[in-house]
Design a binder for this molecule. Structure first.
Ligand SMILES: C[S@@+](CC[C@H](N)C(=O)[O-])C[C@H]1O[C@@H](n2cnc3c(N)ncnc32)[C@H](O)[C@@H]1O
Length: 323
């Protein structure tokens, strides 16, 4: 099953994601590529564990989905997101049995190591989301990234590093494993086991509210002189978010407009629409649209705030702020 970010709860327990198999072990694979690992690895268990796969490539998502469907693996959820966002926002504390990372992008250029996934903060986060006895399994061809990851795990202070074990055979059958094997390269393997389970908190993310009044909004009146053509692209920054109001579109069906906003919060980006719609009493409702499946974060609330602030700068009088 493919999940969008808005399909999740924050955090989301195994009982809800896998209602028919909540008691099975739970495995997260980061960067599953074309999805070859899971059908091989799942076969090594008496019953397939619950599987959550996270990828940033949409093409890979579709390939892996076809593969898992063909293998009849029903208790599997795939999603297109940066791994850090999924682990931080969606995975409950102490919920996972394994986190598997096969042949992660090595970011080999000097100055690019901050793009690497397996840095100390990720190990700390992983330790908080793994069960006691759980582990992160890393298999990679890349000598330097392997040393780096082992060093970062040590630096996190919450992971013991074991490099003595063989990788699971399934990790040596992925697309990248075969690619590097054909070139005569070997693979390194490490198991990182939590020595402590720090309580790395979840964010303040919530799903799009069911109750209309809970959707981030504002009510305001516009001056008769209001001129939407005054809109210009604009950027607002907060402590952990950046909102870019990209454009404003006129609605043909309703009396009003829609603003398109780009919201960046760490690795999470969302494109959201904020409607500005005339109400019966002549006032206007500025409200986050459901279109596109946004989730409610501080940055998304700030996007509603940014549209409201722009309208104020054009002479609007705000009657109510609900964001
Ligand atoms: C070198 S490929 C390896 C793919 C697969 N594991 C294999 O062994 O064939 C690395 C994969 O990680 C994905 N990826 C990179 N950064 C990611 C992130 N932050 N979250 C999730 N996936 C990521 C890439 O899109 C790519 O498919």
């Amino acid at each position: 099953m493919i999940f969008r970010l808005s399909d999740f709860r924050f955090p989301d327990p195994a009982e809800r994601l896998y209602p028919e198999t909540p008691d099975r072990p739970w495995v997260l694979e980061v960067g599953f590529g074309d999805g070859r690992f899971w059908p091989h690895f799942a076969r090594t268990f008496p019953q397939p564990p619950n599987y959550l796969g996270v990828e940033i490539s949409g093409v890979s998502l579709l390939k892996a989905h076809r593969r898992l469907k063909a293998a009849g693996l029903g208790n599997a959820v795939l999603t297109k997101l940066p791994a850090d966002v999924l682990v931080r926002e969606v995975i409950p504390h102490g919920a996972l049995d394994l986190i598997v990372v096969n042949f992660p992008d090595p970011w080999p250029k000097a100055g690019h190591t901050e793009h690497r996934l397996l840095r100390a903060p990720f190990f700390e986060l992983a330790a908080s989301r793994l069960k006691p006895g759980g582990a992160v399994l890393l298999t990679t061809d890349h000598d330097e990234y392997f040393e780096f990851a082992c060093g970062e795990a040590g630096k996190s202070g919450v992971m013991a590093v074991d490099t003595a074990q063989e990788p699971p055979p399934a990790a040596l059958e992925t697309k990248y494993a075969l690619k590097w094997r054909d070139l005569g390269l070997g693979a390194h393997h490490a198991r990182f086991r939590p020595t402590a389970h720090p309580q790395v908190p979840h964010g303040t993310t919530t799903p799009y509210p069911e109750l209309e009044t809970d959707v981030p909004h504002a009510v305001l009146t516009l001056p008769v002189s209001f001129e939407p053509a005054h809109f210009a692209k604009q950027t607002t920054r907060g402590q952990n978010w950046t909102v870019v109001l990209l454009d404003l579109y006129s609605s043909l069906r309703r009396d009003g407009w829609v603003a398109l906003a780009h919201v960046v919060e760490g690795e999470l980006t969302q494109e959201v629409l904020v409607g500005i719609t005339r109400r019966e009493d002549g006032s206007y409702l500025v409200r986050l649209a459901k279109f596109g499946g946004p989730i409610i974060t501080p940055g998304v609330k700030a996007a509603v705030g940014a549209v409201t602030a722009w309208l104020e700068s054009e002479g609007a009088e705000v009657r109510h702020r609900g964001y």
